[in-house]
Write a protein of this length. Structure first.
Length: 263
């Protein structure tokens, strides 16, 4: 589609959004918009089914409620874009930049987000079931209440992410970085870990590891969670931990206890 034709469609779409009878909802289904400059564009509710938006500039764009199912958004710039409630079922978002984007309540089921940058993105309550998020950057992302069942999160960066009450059942977390992630109330049933730590923690002293089973390793000490809860203060003292360090590791142990209880 040429630039003039695209501009006209967007202008008519804006009128449609304002309730003007002269307006018309943008139908850009299967359109070739590869490399298009749509910075800050308002395409809320537009039909972009199967569109080619690869390498397009959609930074700051409003795509809330838009139909982007099956669209190609590979390597597109969607930083700070509003995609809340958008339908991205089966879309290709591999290597896309979605840093700071709002994807709350979006449908990303079956989407390809491999190696995508989703740092600090809002994915609360999003449907990411069976999505490919391998090697994706989700550091600091909000995934609270998200459905990640059956998703591939292998080698993903989830450091500092909010995964509270997320559904991670049958998800592949092998090699994922979950340092500092909040997994309170998350569903971890049948999660694939391949022997790697589901949680790790370090505060000035030894690294602590929790593998999703009734066992925590801190330094050379490997004990059940109940044993840690009863004895972490005395063990910490014997290892010359400060009161603050003992408090921090105690909080980690309690968090692991909550996760195990809900598993």
């Amino acid at each position: 589609m040429d630039a003039m034709g695209l501009k006209n469609k967007i202008e008519l779409h804006l009128l449609w959004l304002q309730g003007d009878s002269k307006g018309q909802r943008a139908d850009l289904s299967r359109a070739n918009l590869s490399g298009a400059d749509l910075y800050g564009a308002n395409l809320s509710g537009a039909d972009l089914y199967g569109a080619d938006l690869s390498r397009a500039n959609l930074s700051g764009a409003n795509l809330s409620g838009a139909n982007l199912s099956g669209a190609d958004l590979s390597r597109a710039d969607l930083s700070r874009a509003n995609l809340s409630g958008a339908d991205l079922y089966g879309a290709n978002l591999s290597r896309a930049n979605l840093s700071g984007a709002n994807l709350s309540g979006a449908n990303l089921s079956g989407a390809d987000l491999s190696r995508a940058n989703l740092s600090r993105a809002n994915l609360s309550r999003a449907d990411l079931s069976r999505a490919n998020l391998s090697r994706a950057n989700l550091s600091g992302a909000n995934l609270s209440g998200a459905d990640l069942s059956g998703a591939d999160l292998s080698r993903a960066d989830l450091s500092g992410a909010d995964l509270s009450r997320a559904n991670l059942s049958r998800a592949n977390l092998s090699g994922a970085d979950l340092y500092g992630a909040d997994l309170y109330g998350a569903d971890l049933k049948e999660t694939i870990l391949e022997g790697r730590a589901i949680l790790s923690f370090q505060f000035e002293k030894h690294t602590a590891y929790f593998y999703g089973i009734d066992e925590i390793r801190i330094g050379c000490h490997v004990n059940t969670i109940s044993h840690w809860l009863e004895n972490f203060q005395s063990i910490g003292t014997s290892e010359n931990y400060t009161e603050k360090q003992i408090e921090m590791y105690g909080n980690f142990i309690r968090q692991c206890a909550v996760i195990l209880k809900g598993a």
